[in-house]
Design a protein around this ligand. Structure first.
Ligand SMILES: NC(=O)c1ccc[n+]([C@@H]2O[C@H](COP(=O)([O-])OP(=O)(O)OC[C@H]3O[C@@H](n4cnc5c(N)ncnc54)[C@H](O)[C@@H]3O)[C@@H](O)[C@H]2O)c1
Ligand SMILES: N[C@H](CO)Cc1c[nH]c[nH+]1
Ligand SMILES: [Zn+2]
Length: 442
């Protein structure tokens, strides 16, 4: 059984404390170097490279002719997925849609800034967005739901999912079911760096998109970083991570149960239990083997590597304040506040992409079906980014309107500032010369 990493936080040196903030994706330079030839091949060879990398990297039976999922494959997917799974997808989509409809901004707002002068914002959908749905260390119909629903709510006219094919050359059936139920009809069998390149440059089959959203392995994150000058790559969502924050009002076995949720994604994930209660920490440590005994071999392997490595384990702090400080420095993707009074802690936490309150809101529920988006910034990007949302699928134009009566007051100030900044045309355009062209009032 793996030896779980245990940190007595107050005894750590500043350097050791800083090391706890690292994620597997902190240094992507090696991945960026390796994906560069893949990106270049897709740019130069299009479909031929997409199919070749599908065969080489995904070991998938895919050819240039089978990159796009057909209607027949969509229909077949509904026969392959159980009715209970379809029901769960439908339940999740319903809640996710409800949440994102609430979040959708008004198409336009306009306020009277000064009498007769108006300013506001207008939101219009981005014309084309690609949705990355991972597959490899798991299949992700839930990511299909989380990316497709806000895109459809926002009204993006051209949507396409890119997702790696399995060895049989098929896309995960539940992903196709979720896509159709959410309202996305185009799915391409391409994943990893080659998918990011395909939608950035376009190929014979795959239409280029203005933006790509969706989480992925470091291969995907590295490709996005390389192509950020070609395509909008949205929020940085890499290997999953979570902090389970627990106070002394809960059982440590519960904390251990939830610690394993995100730790099981892959060996590159990160997961910590942070508590100031020695009892909770010790109960958690004792409970982990019981929980592992109920998990599949692959998930035990992934989670035990995370919890015994340098990106996971148990952190025992000397006070609840120290726990808050650690959480805020770490800026986790998912945060669970395990406490009988979770709301008492909420005000102390400012840096976390998702905050789940109390013992009945484990990360699993939010990952699949509560409503908020589970595509979230990782690797401390929660300090500046929030979860994927409807606003990721629209762009904002500001609107200004000055009426004739309001014009002179504004022209006077604009003229002054234009002169100060040394822009003669700017100044000229709001000088008396303009008045000679304007319709006469009264
Ligand atoms: N942050 C979030 O919101 C969020 C949500 C869901 C999942 N995730 C994370 O997404 C990730 C999904 O990873 P995954 O591996 O299951 O799927 P993935 O689709 O992201 O990556 C698989 C692809 O990586 C490429 N690849 C694999 N090995 C390669 C190599 N040696 N060289 C070049 N390319 C290679 C292949 O093309 C393959 O198709 C996980 O880390 C998971 O934790 C994050
Ligand atoms: N935890 C992931 C986001 O980091 C979402 C997910 C989907 N399926 C399982 N988990
Ligand atoms: Zn998860």
């Amino acid at each position: 059984m793996a030896k779980v990493t245990f940190h007595d936080y107050s005894t750590l040196s500043p350097e050791e404390k800083r090391a706890l903030l690292r994620r597997s994706e902190t240094d992507l330079s090696g991945f960026m170097e390796k994906v560069t030839p893949i990106l270049e091949a897709v740019r130069l060879e299009g479909d031929r490279a997409v199919a070749r990398f599908g065969r080489e990297l995904d070991k998938a039976d895919v050819t240039e002719a089978t990159i796009k999922v057909t209607e027949a494959e969509f229909d077949e997917a509904f026969t392959l997925v159980g009715a209970d799974v379809i029901e769960a997808i439908t339940f999740g989509i319903d809640n996710i849609r409800h949440f994102h409809e609430e979040q959708k901004p008004e198409a336009m707002w306009l306020k009277e800034i000064k009498p007769g002068a108006f300013a506001g914002d207008r939101f219009t959908p981005i014309k084309s967005v690609a949705l990355y749905v991972p597959r490899g260390k798991g299949s992700f119909p839930s990511v299909t739901m989380m990316t497709s629903v806000p895109a459809v709510v926002a009204g993006v006219p051209e949507l396409a999912i890119v997702t790696p094919p399995a060895p049989d050359g098929r896309v995960d059936a539940a992903t196709l079911v979720a896509a159709r139920l959410a309202g996305v009809e185009t799915v391409y069998k391409v994943g990893g760096a080659q998918a990011v390149a395909a939608v950035a440059y376009g190929t014979e089959t795959i239409k280029p998109a203005l933006k790509i959203v969706g989480p992925g392995s470091p291969w995907v994150v590295a490709a996005k970083r390389c192509l950020a000058g070609i395509i909008d790559t949205g929020l940085p969502a890499g290997p999953s991570e979570a902090i389970i924050f627990a106070d002394d009002t809960v059982h440590g076995g519960l904390a251990a149960l939830d610690l394993l949720i995100e730790a099981e994604h892959g060996p590159d994930s990160s997961a910590y239990l942070v508590t100031h209660s020695r009892r909770v920490a010790e109960e958690a440590l004792a409970a982990l083997p019981e929980h592992w005994a109920r998990m599949t071999e692959q998930r035990v392997d992934f989670s035990s590597r995370v919890l015994s490595g340098t990106c996971g384990g148990i952190i025992l702090t000397s006070s609840v304040e120290e726990s808050y400080d650690f959480v805020n420095s770490y800026a986790p993707e998912h945060l669970e506040i395990l406490s009988q009074d979770a709301f008492a802690h909420l005000g102390h936490i400012t840096e976390a992409a998702e905050i789940l309150m109390g013992p009945h809101t484990p990360v699993s529920i939010a990952n699949f079906c509560l409503g908020p988006n589970a595509v979230l910034p990782t690797s401390r990007w929660a300090r500046t980014f929030g979860p994927l949302s409807v606003t990721d699928f629209v762009k904002r134009s500001s609107i200004g309107y000055v009426t004739a009566p309001a014009y002179p007051e504004f022209a006077k100030r604009a003229h002054k500032l234009a002169e100060y900044e040394g822009f003669s045309s700017h100044a000229h355009a709001v000088s008396a010369v303009r008045d000679t062209y304007l319709p006469k009032r009264g």
